[in-house]
Design a protein around this ligand. Sequence first.
Ligand code: SF4
Length: 469
Amino acid sequence: MSQPHPAEPLVPRRPPIETTLFDFFKVGPGPSSSHTIGPMKAGNDFVECCAALPADELARAADLQVTLLGSLSATGKGHGTDTAVLAGLLGSRPESCSPEVLPSLRAGGAQARHVLRLGGKELSLGLGNICFGPVQHDAPFSNTLRCSLRDAAGREIFGREYYSVGGGFIQWRGWTPPERGRPVHPYGTMRELHRCLNETGLTLHELILENETAITGMSRPAILERLDDMMDAMYDSVRRGLRGSGRLPGTLGVWRKAGALLERAAALPYMVDRFLGKLNAYAFAVAEENASGGVIVTAPTCGAAGVMPALLYAMRQDLNIGERALREGLLASAAVGFLAKHNAGIAGAEVGCQGEVGVASAMGAAMLTHARGNAATVVENAAEVALEHHLGLTCDPVGGYVQVPCIERNAVGAIKAYNASLLATCEESAHHLVSLDAAIMAMGETGREMSAKFKETSEGGLAVSIVEC
Ligand code: SF4
């Protein structure tokens, strides 16, 4: 039987989770889901809206301007947000964007011009059309983009204010959630999830699958096929990263290390060191791919994209866990990610790195623990341990690049996930004091109280101290 935790926090009742697997796990270019994938999607959406304007309004269009605000302005240069928006405006989509698109737009510099066709109208666009506005602003989300289509006199024909709310999700002023099905097993907290598991007798992965079918209308085989594609994208990102060499883009001059880490780990004399060393190398591989703008899977974000694939790859290659158990573990991990997103946040700009690498580590711990056949209570405890020991973790990327501390932090997050799973499987689960709901609640509160300088603005912490030393 699935046991809710004895020491439950007073979690306010919230509407049920309606996030779906493929809302959450998105294939797209790094280095930041909120700073590249979300803004690219905003560019796509804005152009689609403009193209649907009446012909007489489109005929007056002479200029298109995008202003980046908040954290997008503070660290957008290092994250390549301007390039991602431009690519989105020019028709690139995160899921199908080839790895060459962003580097080639960047290489063209501010002078390069590109043609945007809107119906019968042609506009000339370049990086100069994307400007970096104030970091302080009064919009409801830090990561805000203001997009404006104007006539020759600078009068706005159509405008939209977008919010990149983390994990590659976007909303806009006046946005309402899309109409779709309702979950057949509604839950908003881990406690409610335990109740659903007990009432239905389903396993955690089965419950997630049934909700996914009900919300999206997709058949079970279609969901599983897409899940396998997504897992393949994760394995590919590990393999590509292990082959990478040289320095990462940007001014920090960071060397890619994944290949060397793997080589040296394989030569270590003790088996346990070889395994942990390989896990480090796999996480570095994906995090370095992400930092270089390569295609990764948000799990839950780009910045934290190395943790889950590292564990998945190690579970398959080094722990010989079968495909079916891997898939089931991944489904169980999604429940943890959904709960964190629903009740606290998963964006560095919103709650700090505890919501990125912390949540990725909690998901990884849940994946491994579920794939090894443990009960939902043990899976919850593993996720809780991993999250609890990331609480308070700030987001302070040096120079605005998702490199330092992000890359090493992914490796540390993967190893913490492994240890959290060990702790949870070796302890008496009824003796575990802190529930996952409590840890998520603490993360939300800590994130709300965290100074803005520690939330992906590169104005505090390591981002400042490493420069000032
Ligand atoms: S410090 Fe963490 S939250 Fe911030 S950009 Fe790096 S990985 Fe993301």
